[in-house]
Design a protein around this ligand. Structure first.
Ligand SMILES: [Zn+2]
Length: 174
């Protein structure tokens, strides 16, 4: 019998959250199990607390961390409705233009690892808003939505990695 590493309680139950199996302490709620599964469950909770669909959370977080961009809207997609996921953002200053260039290059490089082709579109409306979304007509098939949802995490990893490479141009601070 496993005991909780946080509180020592012995009542630890196997639970299934968001498709991941973890052990949960019935007293304090601490999670244990495979580190990847625990992280995924905690990320999903953090996403919901912020009002973000867990599927879109990695990409929303990575783009939101880029200086010069402000997240405007996002959606995790809906397989039943054929709705594709997207993340929309605004450029808050000249640094945002640099980031747009960076993202364009990162997307070109990610073509080999992502399931779908992704594009950055200028959204109609009064504000200068761009949306990162799959290059597919709507409504999409459930399979296409599933592929796009998988790509959300793939693209987040790619952008996070690329932002540390030498070709990524960082806006001057201040
Ligand atoms: Zn506990």
């Amino acid at each position: 019998m496993e005991s909780c590493s946080e509180c020592g309680n012995r009542a630890v139950a196997a639970r299934h959250y968001d498709g991941h199996s973890v052990l949960e302490c019935e007293l304090c709620g601490a999670l244990a199990g495979s580190p990847g599964a625990v992280r995924a469950v905690l990320d999903a909770r953090a996403a919901r607390e912020r009002g973000v669909d867990p599927a879109a959370f990695p990409l929303v977080r990575v783009l939101g961390d880029l200086r010069g961009l402000r997240i405007d809207a996002h959606g995790g997609g809906d397989r039943g409705q054929g709705v594709l996921p997207f993340v929309a953002f605004q450029l808050v200053d000249a640094g945002g233009l640099l980031q747009l260039e960076n993202l364009g290059k990162s997307l070109q490089l990610a073509v080999r690892t992502s399931e779908l082709d992704w594009t950055i579109e200028l959204e109609p409306g009064p504000a200068l808003t761009f949306a990162l979304r799959p290059r597919l007509p709507a409504p999409a098939t459930a399979q296409a939505v599933a592929a796009a949802q998988q790509d959300l995490a793939t693209l987040a990893r790619a952008i996070e990695r690329d932002s540390r490479l030498s070709w990524w141009r960082h806006p001057a601070s201040g």
